[in-house]
Design a protein around this ligand. Structure first.
Ligand code: ZN
Length: 243
């Protein structure tokens, strides 16, 4: 993780009143489960009645994720850079892989798409950037689709790359949702500004991700660490805590 420079920070901090307003809305109106989440020393899988998220370590310090619909046993994989590991995990879980959710075109996220499609033809490959290998379902902000009974909503968060998409997943029971944030939001930080500026990142973090339900389980790809929640990021992430 590389932090943005001081200019970026200043810009983010100058906009503090906007996040304060968002926080007020979140604190005042919305009823979410008060489940207390703590930080763990190792990565954790995540399970509730609707969905299971299985972490698959990849490369040196990346994670891929299997997103499993517990109802139908349909499954998607997020950023499958190491296809063999993905396919073994799919077999172990006894689920049916139908879809690839690609957050952005960088090789450590999309670099396995070609090989995966060769080994498992016919998968739907979602993403927001034509540079993504094997892309066959291009999505935009607000587009929604299903993985079994799970609903996936696409959040367009350009800055790290021009076509970066985060995927927000909800189940039928309205238990804790999940969001896959790729290289946009990390635990305690954010991704590098390769193809955007501080305004783009501010919009992505504060106007889009910070407005998700607070208990949303947050999954980034590039830290050897645990998931957090949007609520936790609002508490300690300086790029979210611009208020
Ligand atoms: Zn990247």
């Amino acid at each position: 993780m590389v932090l943005p420079n001081a200019v970026h920070m200043n810009k983010l901090f100058r906009a503090s009143y906007r996040l304060a307003a968002i926080k007020a809305v979140l604190n005042a109106g919305t009823v979410f489960s008060a489940q207390k989440r703590i930080f763990h020393s190792k990565p954790q899988d995540f399970q509730h009645t609707d969905m299971k998220i299985r972490l698959l370590p990849a490369l040196q310090d990346n994670y891929m994720y299997l997103l499993i619909d517990e109802d139908t046993k349909e499954c998607a994989v997020v950023d499958p850079v190491e296809p063999d590991k993905v396919l073994s995990a799919v077999q172990e879980e006894g689920v049916k892989l139908t879809s690839v959710l690609t957050t952005h075109h960088h090789w450590d996220h999309a670099g396995g798409n070609k090989e995966l499609l060769k080994k498992s033809p016919g998968l739907a490959v979602y993403g927001g950037d034509k540079r993504i290998d094997e892309l066959n379902n291009e999505v935009n902000h607000g587009n929604e689709f299903k993985i079994g009974s799970l609903n996936v909503k696409c959040l367009f968060t350009p800055c790290h790359t021009k076509g970066h998409i985060c995927y927000f997943v909800t189940g039928q029971s309205n238990e804790q949702p999940a969001v896959f944030t790729g290289d946009t939001l990390f635990v305690g930080g954010c991704g590098r500004f390769f193809e955007g500026n501080e305004d783009h990142m501010y919009k992505a973090l504060v106007e889009i991700l910070a407005t998700l339900p607070k208990q949303t389980n947050q999954r980034q790809n590039n830290l050897p660490t645990i998931p957090s929640t949007i609520e936790e990021e609002l508490t300690f992430n300086p790029f979210m805590r611009v208020g």
